[in-house]
Design a protein. Structure first.
Length: 123
């Protein structure tokens, strides 16, 4: 059930991979960073939220997204020969990131309402 209080809703949380993601594309190593925006809310019907304070919830969400972004980019990069093509796939990457992140969010009593990637840097 969606809560009405401010500590239940997290709108437009900026997130980014804290360290570059190392990818092997076409026999060359590339360092990439991903930046985006996520909105989510506590949903106790999914699970009891594990993090209680607003800062702790946001930190946990950012960590989950950074980890999932690393996995998603590694998977997608296997099918491309030019890292600049990742920009063309940003919608697919965003969708895959949401699919990958949602179970982890749900397990912590959080529901994603919006997830976007704004930049893939280091191409």
């Amino acid at each position: 059930m969606r809560g009405n209080s401010d500590d239940q809703v997290f709108n437009d949380v900026l997130w980014a991979t804290p360290m570059p993601i190392m990818l092997l594309i076409n026999s060359q190593m590339h360092q990439l960073r991903v930046k985006g925006l996520c909105s989510f809310f506590k949903d106790e019907s999914l699970a009891e939220p594990t993090a209680q304070g607003k800062d702790e919830v946001i930190s946990q969400a950012r960590s989950l997204l950074a980890s999932a972004a690393t996995d998603v980019l590694a998977d997608i990069s296997r099918n491309i020969s030019d890292p600049s093509k990742l920009i063309d796939l940003i919608d697919e990457i965003s969708s895959s990131l949401r699919d990958k992140s949602e179970p982890e969010f749900n397990a912590r009593g959080l529901q994603i309402s919006k997830l976007e990637i704004h930049a893939i840097e280091g191409l």
